[in-house]
Design a protein around this ligand. Structure first.
Ligand code: PRP
Length: 187
């Protein structure tokens, strides 16, 4: 029998996903002791797991290579592809927020510059508010953009708030909640 292929997101939600799989009775010893391995055949059940970056989970599911994907709704919201979302797994909860240094004035009429890893999400949000902004796409460590004068504010995900706090930034607006979703190919 063909194994069910499940694409898991590496990093932030990896441990909570494994915990959830174990809670429903899937033995994940081999995922917990994975070292640098990225494809895993379960020795216990008919599952095969692949461990990839969030946006690649979408690609593997979209191309029909993985049957199921587990990925954050931030990535789904940012991507133009539309997989079928079967289930909110209610783990990896965080928020899309607008943050900046405490002296930032969100009501300033000057056209603002917003740095983010999520340009489509940020553009859509400000467009819905009727605010014209400039977006600068950053690949990571977005928090330093307002500190160094690259941007007026950032749009980013906030989980514990530690990264903002440690860099002297504050939340100005909570945009929307994020959680981990189970996706499949619409076909
Ligand atoms: C996210 C986000 C923040 C941080 C927030 O980055 O971009 O930097 O986590 O988490 P906190 O509120 O718990 O401090 P992530 O760790 O996903 O890594 P990346 O910057 O490499 O994408």
């Amino acid at each position: 029998m063909a194994k069910l292929k499940i694409a898991l997101t590496k990093g932030r939600i990896e441990q909570s996903t494994i915990q959830l799989l174990e809670e429903i009775g899937i033995n994940c010893d081999f995922l917990r002791n994975k070292k640098r391995k990225l494809v895993f055949q379960s020795p216990y059940d008919d599952y095969e797991f692949i461990l990839v970056k969030a946006v690649d989970v979408l690609t593997y599911v979209q191309q029909g290579v993985a049957d199921i994907g587990i990925v954050g709704s931030d990535v789904l919201y940012e991507d133009e592809r539309e997989p079928y979302e079967m289930l909110d797994l209610e783990i990896g909860r965080c928020q899309f927020c607008i943050a900046s240094t405490p002296n930032y004035n969100p009501f300033d009429y000057r056209r603002k510059i917003v740095a983010t890893k999520y340009p489509r999400t940020a553009a859509r949000y400000f467009q819905e508010k009727g605010e014209d902004i400039e977006i600068i796409k950053i690949e990571g460590s977005v928090e330093i953009a307002p500190l160094l004068g690259l941007a007026d504010a950032i749009v980013d995900i906030v989980e514990t708030g530690d990264t903002l706090r440690e860099n002297g930034l504050v939340i100005f607006e909570k945009m929307m909640p994020i959680s981990t979703r189970l996706i499949v190919n619409p076909a």
